[in-house]
Structure formats: C-alpha cells, structure tokens
Design a protein around this ligand. Structure first.
Ligand SMILES: [Zn+2]
Length: 369
C-alpha cells in the first residue's frame, strides 16, 4: 500500500504547456507534472529561493491522470507589455521600428475548455500530508496551468492508500452530470507515470515535464503510459447540491402579493431591524415557499435586506437563512450594513438612503459621505 493524494482539476480553461516556444504557446491534453507541482508550490507559498528545497521531495511523487472530461482545444490572442514594452535580452526596452514606441508582444495561447481531470499523486506519506495541508489552506491562489485558469471545484479531492496509481484512479467514482441512474462502470482514458528502474511497456511515451529548477525553465524526462481505467459511475455531488437549492418563489402570484402586504402591515410597515420604513419582505425560511405563513417573513428596508442577502450568499441560500429579528445576528448584520455603506458608490448610496428615508437613524450617522 502506498499513500495517495487526489486532486480534482476542473475549470472553464486550463493550459498545461510542455513544449511551447516563444509566441506560440500550446497546451497538452492533460495536466503536466511541472504544472501540477507548480500548483502545489503555490499552495505552499514557496517562492523561487525556497522552492529548490521544497521541490525536491515533490519531484519523487509519481503522477497518474484520469481524463474525466477531455474538453476542447481553442486558441486565444494575447498581448503583453502594451504601452510598457518588452525587455531586450541585452537590457532596455524593445522599440517598434516604424513608430519607435515600446513594442507589444503578441502571442497565441492555447487552452483546454471545460475539461476535468482526476490526478493521483503517489509517494511518501509525509510529503502527501504536507501537500494536502497546503491545499486545505493555500498561501497563494492555485491555478490550472496559467494564472487566468481558475479551478471551479476544490482542488483537494482527498487522500487515501492504494497498491498502485491505477488502483487509486479506479477507486474514485466518475461523476455523472445531470440525470443519473444508479450503477454502471465508465471506461476512461488515463496517463500513468512509469516508475524508473523497470523496463517501460511498449506503448510508454517519454515526456519532458519534470521540473529540475525553478530559476529557469529546465525539465527532465519521465515515462508515461496511456492506459484505460474503469470507475464506478455516481451522481455528481455538486449537481445534487444545486438541484436541491433554494426554491423559486413566484413573486408575481396573488398569494405572494397578499402575504407580503399582510407581513408589512404586521410590522407596521417598518424594518424589523432598523425601524426605518420597510419596502421589502425577506424570507427567513423557504420551507413553505408558494404558501408562505406570516412567520416565514420579515419586513425590511432595502439596505438591511441587502445586508441580510449578502450574508446569506456566504452560506447556502436554502438552509441557513438570516433572521434580522434574531438578536444573535445583530452584530453581523450591522457590520454588513456598514460595509455596504462604505463600499457602494456615493450616488448609489445616496439613492438607497433617500429611498429608505433612513438618513436620520443614528446607527447610520457614522457612515462616511
Ligand atoms: Zn433596515
């Protein structure tokens, strides 16, 4: 048995270049070892000076990649140094011959769109644990090959123990989007590193993506073996969560208009939080969506409603509702109201203040401008 670290690399754009030259920057069709180790170094916050010592144990990790969604290749037109210029090798800034202005570097960069990979790294338990800790609380943001490539799912997908990289890649379920019937196995392409010391199989390929130093691009070789792996199909936990998300309320229905008015009347048309004139009605639960009871709702002014809604965006929108009448939540809502008043543009702030006629309230009097 050996220790395994799982990474989930999913996002609208990824780019894993290994053979790029100058202005044409290609991507491979699966994550490179240099890219994945770079991601780990970011999570660890290892700068170039420290990277040499941190990098060494990472290079020993063997890597297997399961291609859950291959995605599509596309090109992007890219400029660098516009108005600032590009440095010449001998120093100074490159000037355009015709206009003598600082030159802009044009390049074509290739991306993988909408792909998803499961990466398994196998190696020393201590190294695996350090990587997992770093990904749980990354020092710098992690990205999928290039800084513009943001992951859409948590990168750390767990740790485990398996006899081989292949067994590790097969142990993790293949998540099916949308409608799903239980059961079944998915055949998936994988690229599995072949450990040095034994003869590589016939179909093994040599790739140059093992970083040797971070001071300049320098990469050593490793053998990788294109393989097929078989994983159990399962419904995506993300999709299930979204499907179970907040109930939509028909705000045009007569039922809603009646109960909304009733609640406003019940609260004397005042915001239950700050007692300025209420204009809006907030759900403290969606349990009775479509047939709301008086107690499911609270009247609020616009600012307090915005503050409550913003607090809820930090949680899920369904289970953890903010009740503005609950004294326990008071500090949190007050802080959010103040944040709203300092961060919004002046014109917008004034409009909100005027519309809620809340300017006279003392808790707002400290708000700037
Ligand atoms: Zn209010």
């Amino acid at each position: 048995m050996s220790h395994i670290l799982y990474l989930r690399l999913s996002g609208p754009m990824q780019s894993w270049g290994t053979g790029s030259k100058l202005q044409i920057r290609r991507t491979d069709q699966y994550p490179s070892k240099s890219g994945v180790l770079g991601l780990l170094l970011c999570a660890m916050g290892a700068d170039r000076d420290r990277a040499a010592t941190v990098l060494e144990p990472l290079v020993d990790l063997e890597m297997g990649v399961r291609i859950d969604r291959p995605g599509e290749l596309d090109w992007d037109y890219h400029t660098a140094g516009a108005g600032v210029g590009i440095r010449k090798a001998e120093g100074g800034v490159k000037l355009t011959a015709s206009t003598k202005e600082p030159e802009t570097l044009l390049s074509r960069r290739q991306y993988l769109l909408d792909s998803s990979f499961l990466v398994a790294l196998r190696g020393d338990s201590d190294v695996i644990r350090r990587c997992a800790d770093a990904l749980r609380d990354p020092v710098w943001p992690v990205f999928l090959g290039r800084k513009c490539c943001v992951p859409t799912e948590p990168v750390l997908a767990g740790t485990s123990q398996h006899t081989s990289l292949k067994a590790a890649l097969e142990a993790m379920p293949f998540y099916v989007d949308g409608f799903f019937e239980d059961g079944g196995t998915e055949e998936l392409d994988a690229v599995i590193e072949h450990k040095p010391g034994s003869h590589p199989p016939e179909n093994a390929r040599l790739v140059y993506d093992v970083p040797r130093t971070l001071r300049y691009p320098s990469h050593g070789p490793r053998w990788v073996v294109p393989s097929k792996v078989y994983a159990a199909r399962a419904a995506s936990p993300t999709v299930n969560r979204i499907a179970a998300g907040r109930t939509r309320v028909d705000y045009t229905s007569d039922q809603w208009k009646v109960i909304r008015k009733e609640r406003l009347r019940f609260d004397n048309e005042l915001c239950v939080f700050c007692k300025s004139p209420a204009e809006e009605v907030h759900h403290v639960t969606y349990a009775n969506a479509g047939r709301e009871q008086l107690d499911d709702l609270r009247s609020l002014c616009r600012i307090c409603h915005d503050a409550c809604t913003q607090l809820e965006y930090g949680r899920d929108m369904q289970q953890h509702r903010v009740d503005p009448a609950d004294p326990v939540q008071r500090e949190l809502i007050l802080r959010q109201v103040n944040r709203l008043l300092t961060s919004r543009r002046l014109g917008r702030r004034r409009a909100i203040l005027e519309s809620t006629r809340a300017a006279a309230l003392d808790f707002l009097s400290d708000a700037p401008g």
